[in-house]
Design a protein around this ligand. Structure first.
Ligand code: PLP
Length: 445
């Protein structure tokens, strides 16, 4: 594959943008390919190379790169009417009504502009609502580029995980291992009355994919209720991807107090949202005393895109299609891995998937994944599947980034360069794409 144009563009980018990119995950070595356009489930780069895309903008593109007609015309019409006003519009109300109608935890919702903004606001809201400062998070969880969650360490001994964050932020954050109810109990025994919220992805999708073990999310629900803390599900990835329109909370049957959204809820445009019980969300200004505001929040083009996106999904077989294709891909990958890389593991559910370059448990286990969403001890794969972020962090990341990712790209398959980020199947992917992808995995592994 020729990449001359991309290399030249990267040289130009390096001289005007830090690391040559606007989001650090995009800076792959030795240089990223620059996308010229999307086409269905594919992207075409600046040199005319074509790739089957499983990154899908890191999750928002449920339909791949072709917007269904109603989405396209909604976007065009709202953009041409005048992109935004700084005054309320009907489409914000319609979209909020849609989200509240479908997502179990949501009675009211505030739209913002990114997943990060949503989790920042949710943490402030939880602190304001409870009058407490501490936030419990999962090791390996990710909630965007925000001060309160870019934290590492052990309960009582934490530090910011990046320069630029005062230690005082980390003092209020308590990381625990995912899927470890005893660790949560210990933290609540010691700090329970100071804990404003437990903030977790229902499925770890950024150091993952790690599925909840049976009963874990329920346990978080019980313990937060007992201590008067809030349970916040960060559904920026899983929202409107896992569990269809009810999101992961609907699929798992656990209703948090507050949910953060991003990605799909904006139909491919910049978005975030904080939804939840009315009495909690009402604490946001102007109805409450927790300040929250934004020039672009509830942007009409984004609202129109998000609303048309989800309405189309409600009226068509979108989730059945992407989930079936996801299952087909995971089953095919399980066979390929078993034959070619038996120390690796296939994870994912609905339209999320990943092959992680590690495996827990004995080498001689066989058998297909039973449920693919909740880890049950009865499942033949229970011992294989990672339980915590640390289980995944043990993986052969160098091999993924330096060799595997490049080789897949050279075979025309675009995966996330970071071994730990989820990949996705869209409504635009076809059986043929899946076959080609499985062949590429087979050759590469
Ligand atoms: N929360 C989760 C679970 C995410 O995966 C992400 C981003 O990938 C964020 C929050 C931050 O969202 P954004 O990148 O839109 O700020």
């Amino acid at each position: 594959m020729n990449h001359d144009e991309s290399r030249d563009l990267y040289d130009r980018a390096l001289s005007v943008m830090p690391g040559g990119v606007n989001s650090s995950v995009r800076a792959v070595r030795p240089y990223p390919f620059f996308v010229e356009r999307g086409d269905g489930a594919h992207v075409v780069d600046a040199d005319g190379n074509r790739y089957i895309d499983y990154v899908l903008g890191y999750g928002p593109l449920l339909y791949g790169h072709d917007m269904p007609d109603p989405v396209r015309s909604a976007v065009q019409s709202y953009a041409s009417d005048g992109p935004m006003y700084g005054a309320p519009t009907e489409i914000e109300v319609e979209h909020a009504e849609f989200v509240a109608r479908h997502v179990p935890s949501v009675e009211k919702v505030r739209f913002v502009n990114s997943g990060t903004e949503a989790t920042v606001s949710a943490v402030r809201l939880a602190r304001g609502y409870t009058g407490r400062d501490k936030i419990v998070v999962m090791k390996g969880g990710y909630h965007g580029a925000q001060e309160s969650t870019l934290v590492e360490g052990e309960p009582g001994d934490t530090a910011p995980s990046t320069k630029g964050i005062p230690d005082s932020f980390a003092e209020h954050t308590i990381p625990v291992p995912f899927n470890d109810p005893e660790a949560v109990d210990e933290v609540f025994e010691e700090y329970g009355d100071d804990v404003a919220a437990v903030l977790t992805e229902p499925i770890l999708g950024n150091t993952g994919i790690v599925h909840p073990v049976e009963g874990y999310l329920e346990h978080l629900r019980e313990v937060t209720e007992e201590y008067g803390s809030l349970l916040i599900f960060d559904e920026v990835i899983t929202g409107f991807r896992v569990g269809g329109l009810q999101c992961a909370q609907g699929k798992f049957g656990v209703t948090p107090d507050v949910t953060t959204f991003g990605k799909i809820v904006g139909g491919g445009f910049p978005v975030g949202a904080i939804g939840g019980r009315a009495d909690i969300i009402e604490q946001f200004s102007p109805s409450g005393d927790v300040f929250q505001s934004g020039t672009f929040s509830g942007h009409p083009v984004t609202m129109a895109a998000g609303h048309a996106y989800l309405t189309y999904a409600a009226e068509n077989d979108v989730y059945d299609y992407v989930n079936e294709l996801g299952e087909k891909l995971r089953r095919g990958l399980t066979d390929v891995v078993e034959d070619n890389a038996p120390s690796y593991t296939v994870v994912g559910t609905d339209s999320m998937f990943k092959v992680i370059f590690t495996r827990e448990g004995p080498d001689d286990l066989t058998g297909a994944c039973e449920a693919g969403c909740v880890q049950r001890e009865s499942c033949p794969r229970y011992d294989y599947c990672p339980k915590t972020g640390a289980d995944v962090a043990n993986a052969e990341t160098e091999r993924w980034e330096r060799i595997f990712w490049q080789e897949m790209k050279d075979r025309g398959v675009f995966l996330t360069a970071n071994q730990f980020e989820s990949q996705f199947v869209s409504y635009a992917h076809t059986e043929e794409d899946i076959e080609q992808t499985l062949e590429a995995y087979k050759e590469t592994l």
